[in-house]
Design a protein around this ligand. Structure first.
Ligand SMILES: Nc1nc2c(ncn2[C@@H]2O[C@H](COP(=O)(O)OP(=O)(O)OP(=O)(O)O)[C@@H](O)[C@H]2O)c(=O)[nH]1
Ligand SMILES: [Mg+2]
Length: 346
């Protein structure tokens, strides 16, 4: 099992790649494609709403263990830059650069582009990511790409196995009512192992919910370990009580004001006290305001690109969170680099 996001610039061949890697499933501002390999299910998430919406990008990244960043053979642009910044600020992801439409290029240009990618990712969390040239018209490179994804998935499996004993948490991305079944939600078991009849609470709204049944890729299961994309039928809660990013677990933090340890992107404009920003926490997102900033323990009114600071941020709604979650601060209206900072709870 591995969840893989397909991101990158507009018209970079993302959807063509997704369609070559899996079979189309759920579709909203992200589209899911599934592929079954023996006992393993791969779910690919195409961030179709990006670049218009960074929410689509962040959701795809946060729903995946592995990211594929599509870069057309014609070259880099600011959207690729933005994807790299998002991945770097979120940290801790595995991934590959997919140089798409390789049939439109030549070996010399492809190796030049590979070098450029190395240069711009130097010093980021992505500096060791490999680049793979692929064409979905000639199918050149597709098998190599799949092998590399499978190899990364083996690493992901080991990481996820270590999460199986933790208290279960399910991050919900879709929710609806199915006639004759009731409330059905789709999401990912981000830690722990879930079982039929488990009793959870839906956070941040604190409503009780019992797991009536579990499916993975439309197959009924009694349990599901960490990393599984699941469909759950639930008892005790209605689909209209859900929102994107709500968490089912036994115990979860709920707050709207946070003290965050932040690392600012090198490419952002300064961040100041009183600024209106957008806060992302997992798949939850909402407007927020910077209440205070401190740098090295001293109060400040502003912090510059590339630096670290502690901020107190007030969000407009309650957020469900756990102590190791990562947060992102963004400015939705900034035309080129919308990501401001990657954060952890202080
Ligand atoms: N020659 C060639 N064309 C390709 C390849 N992959 C995609 N295309 C074409 O490039 C265009 C964009 O491909 P898509 O897969 O829609 O790219 P996308 O990133 O999903 O695009 P948007 O979602 O519209 O931003 C389409 O006309 C594809 O047919 C490829 O490997 N080679
Ligand atoms: Mg597309």
């Amino acid at each position: 099992m591995a969840n893989v996001s397909i991101i990158g610039s507009e018209r970079s061949g993302r959807t063509s790649l997704a369609a070559n890697l899996g079979k189309k499933g759920t579709e909203s501002d992200i589209t899911l494609y599934n592929f079954v390999k023996g006992n393993d299910i791969y779910s690919f998430v195409d961030a179709i709403g990006y670049p218009a919406s960074i929410k689509s990008l962040i959701n795809a990244i946060n729903l995946s263990d592995i990211a594929l960043v599509c870069i057309p053979a014609t070259g880099l642009n600011s959207q690729v830059g933005e994807c790299i910044v998002a991945l770097d600020l979120l940290g801790n992801k595995r991934g590959l650069f997919v140089i798409t439409m390789s049939d439109k290029s030549n070996p010399m240009a492809l190796s030049e582009l590979t070098e450029k990618i190395k240069a711009i990712t130097k010093g980021t969390n992505l500096e060791k990511w490999e680049s793979v040239p692929v064409s979905t018209t000639t199918f050149e490179g597709l098998e190599t790409l799949k092998e590399k994804i499978f190899a990364l998935a083996e690493e992901v499996k080991k990481t996820n196995a270590a999460l199986n004993e933790l208290p279960p948490r399910i991050m919900v991305d879709h929710f609806f009512n199915v006639t004759g079944i009731g409330t059905v939600v789709l999401g990912i078991v981000i830690q722990g192992t879930i079982k039929m009849h488990d009793q959870f609470t839906l956070f941040p709204v604190k409503r009780p919910a019992e797991i009536r049944s579990i499916q993975s890729n439309d197959v009924d299961m009694k349990t599901a370990p960490a990393g599984t994309r699941v469909g759950l039928a639930l008892k005790g809660v209605q689909s209209k009580e859900f929102d994107r990013g709500y968490i089912l677990s036994k115990d979860e933090g709920v707050a709207s004001k946070f003290t965050l340890q932040c690392r600012l992107s090198k490419f952002t404009q300064p961040l100041g006290v009183g600024d209106s920003v957008h806060l992302f926490a997992g798949l939850q997102d909402m407007p927020a305001t910077i209440s205070s900033i401190s740098i090295g323990g001293k109060d400040a009114t502003q912090v510059q690109a590339g630096s670290e600071c502690t901020v107190v941020i007030a969000a407009q709604k309650d957020i469900a969170y756990s102590k190791n979650d990562r947060f992102l601060i963004a400015r939705l209206n900034n035309p080129k680099q919308r990501f401001v900072a990657g954060c952890a709870l202080a």
